[in-house]
Design a protein around this ligand. Structure first.
Ligand code: FAD
Length: 563
């Protein structure tokens, strides 16, 4: 990202209700006069992003308490779980986006929105530098904003693992534009493949669709594409029948490996029945416009196969603006911006980070827990009796209720298995070292909450609640119960509640992992998916649009014009 000269930003104009307030770089938020010239000035909150985390924060924030400014290169919120449906026209792009101005106009108080990208965060001067990318701008489109509190919710970018040719030759599925491009390219492949000048071999290559990444997004896209081909395109392009092939490449041993094993194997069996080829244990090592090259992890064999379209969906990495910021605040060695459990960026007093760009670090808690264990091991034998162990765990759970919550988390399976093993330990002696190891493993897994909309939205809502109660907490430092805590923290730390996750598998079937270790698969789960996703829409407008798209698809099928 470009580093901007601060001299460009000496004067910043904030437009508000027709009035213009100018203030110099040296003025901090606290000194700035109030925008309407009356009463004490409000603290300035700058929010970066309009995705899941930022929108959830804005929806729950009492904006009358702050001077709120939002910066994002996208002037809309996109309901990302339905992006795979947009790639095949099951749902229209317009139906899953909500203009951010619609969202903020419904808020109490004033919120300003600037369509621009933040290119630099200067936390020592409490300032962000932004640049607008709108076409044909008058002026440079560059400006800076001062803040008292900064909420960083910029998400992440696609991770290509620096694989040669991926950026140039693959499609990504991260944003609405990506989904629209895929939709056009799929139709183009079919139109190309039926041209009279094409040989059968070329036809097969053009109609070979490759999906890289066996996570929920890759699996859902492969399933959507399969349905689209089978239910709509084959009828329109009969000569393409028998030439279409969909391959899903996964570097791990199973697809959907973050789900319960029953779901992984259900999905693999369904894909085999549907004729979707699943290549597990393979790493893609290069892509060009004609072939994709992969290496088998077990044998090291390399093979290249021709393709018509590749969709790359292998996870996320940090955005350049966040990487630069991390270097500045001493987090250069990390992959994601580290926050404490109150979502405050480590090393920056007034900067909060939520959603995919951040990760909670809880080392202190785990250190404390380890110390509790060590204290319980009075004779330093390295073992505890089962009674001592139970006592220690009761103490830990009393102090850190989240530990009990960790045990119910699927992604901390090792930890809970070990706990259960230890409790059923015949020798009635607990190996403290083994337990500490499991705890530290759980700790590192806890640090990386899954990068999902669910986490991002809960963090946004939590942070908004903290902001709404900030004044009250300042006035009553002793605090009511919910603010109790030690040190300077007045709020209970953020706790993630997992409400389950879905994996649509095509053919009106889906799999779901639900709270309480419930696993549900099949047609009825697909109906559950429809109802949950309809209810989770950000507005009634998008809810009605999405439901009418589903109905249209049931009656008329998907549109194949690609426009
Ligand atoms: P985002 O929602 O990505 O928002 C980031 C925002 O920051 C955007 O508005 C962007 O324009 C803005 N921004 C970017 N750079 C800058 C900058 N420099 N300055 C200012 N603003 C900037 N999760 C689930 O829980 N369930 C699902 O079913 C699911 N399905 C998914 C399907 C797909 C295809 C994808 C791509 C993701 C899916 N996810 C799902 C994951 C989920 O979308 C992300 O975890 C979630 O979007 C993260 O929210 P966020 O607010 O951190 O980032």
């Amino acid at each position: 990202s470009r580093v901007l000269s601060s001299s460009n930003f000496l004067l910043l104009c904030t437009l508000s209700g027709g009035g213009v307030v100018a203030y110099s770089e040296s003025q901090t938020g606290a000194e700035r006069p109030s925008i309407d010239g009356s009463g004490p000035s409000k603290k300035k909150v700058v929010v970066l992003g309009t995705g899941w985390a930022a929108t959830s924060f804005l929806k729950d924030l009492d904006a009358s308490l702050y001077d709120v400014q939002v910066v994002s290169p996208r002037n809309y919120f996109a309901f990302t779980p339905l992006l795979p449906s947009v790639t095949c026209g099951t749902v229209e792009a317009r139906s899953i986006v909500e203009p951010v101005r619609n969202i903020i106009k419904k808020r109490k108080g004033e919120i300003n929105f600037w369509e621009a990208e933040c290119v630099k965060i200067d936390s020592s001067n409490k300032k962000v530098f932004c640049r607008s990318n709108i076409d044909n701008l008058v002026g440079s489109g560059e400006f800076s904003l001062d803040y008292d509190f900064l909420v960083v919710a910029v998400g992440a970018q696609v991770n290509t693992f620096n694989t040669p040719g991926v950026k140039e030759n693959c499609h990504f599925l991260k944003d609405v534009e990506d989904a629209q491009k895929i939709r056009l390219s799929v139709i183009d492949c079919f139109e190309k493949a039926v041209l009279p000048s094409i040989t059968d071999e070329e036809r097969r290559s053009i109609l070979h669709f490759v999906v890289v990444g066996g996570g929920p997004t890759g699996v859902e896209f492969a399933a959507e594409l399969h349905d689209y081909v089978l239910e709509d395109l084959i009828k329109l392009y009969p000569t393409a029948k028998d030439k279409v092939k969909i391959t899903l490449i996964q570097s791990g041993d199973h697809i959907l490996n973050m789900f319960d094993e029953r779901i992984s194997s259900f999905a693999e069996q369904k894909f085999t029945r549907d004729g979707i080829e699943v290549e597990t244990g393979c790493r893609v090592v290069g892509v060009n416009d004609k072939v994709i090259t992969m290496k088998a992890k077990s044998t090291g064999d390399i093979c290249s196969v021709p393709h018509g379209l590749v969709v790359w969906s292998t996870g996320i990495s940090t955005l350049p603006v966040i990487r630069d910021f991390m270097k500045e605040i001493g987090q250069a060695e990390r992959h994601v911006l580290a926050t404490n459990e109150w979502l405050r960026v480590k090393g920056c007093e007034e900067v909060y980070a939520i959603g995919d760009c951040s990760s909670i670090t809880q080392r202190k808690i785990m250190d404390d827990i380890t110390a509790i264990f060590e204290a319980a091991d009075k004779n330093k034998s390295g073992t505890l009796t089962i009674e001592e162990f139970q006592e220690v765990m009761d103490d830990i759970i009393l102090r850190y209720p989240q530990v009990e919550h960790y045990l119910k988390q699927k992604h901390l399976r090792d930890f809970s298995t070990l706990w259960k093993d230890l409790q059923g330990n015949e020798s009635k002696e607990i190996d403290v070292e083994a337990f500490k190891l499991a705890l530290s493993h759980a700790d590192s897994q806890v640090k990386s909450l899954p990068a999902t909309a669910q986490v991002a939205a809960q963090q946004g809502a939590y942070l908004a609640r903290c902001f709404n109660h900030r004044d009250h907490a300042e006035e009553h430092p002793e605090g009511p119960r919910r603010f109790s805590g030690s040190g300077h923290h007045k709020f209970v730390p953020f706790r993630y509640k997992h409400f389950g996750q879905f994996a649509p598998l095509g053919g009106e079937q889906a799999a779901a992992e639900l709270p309480g270790d419930w696993v549900s698969m099949g047609h009825s789960t697909q109906w559950l998916w429809y109802s949950v996703y309809a209810s989770k829409q950000v507005s009634w407008r998008t809810r009605v649009l999405v439901m009418s798209d589903w109905t249209r698809r049931f009656i008329f099928g998907r549109d194949s014009s690609g426009v």
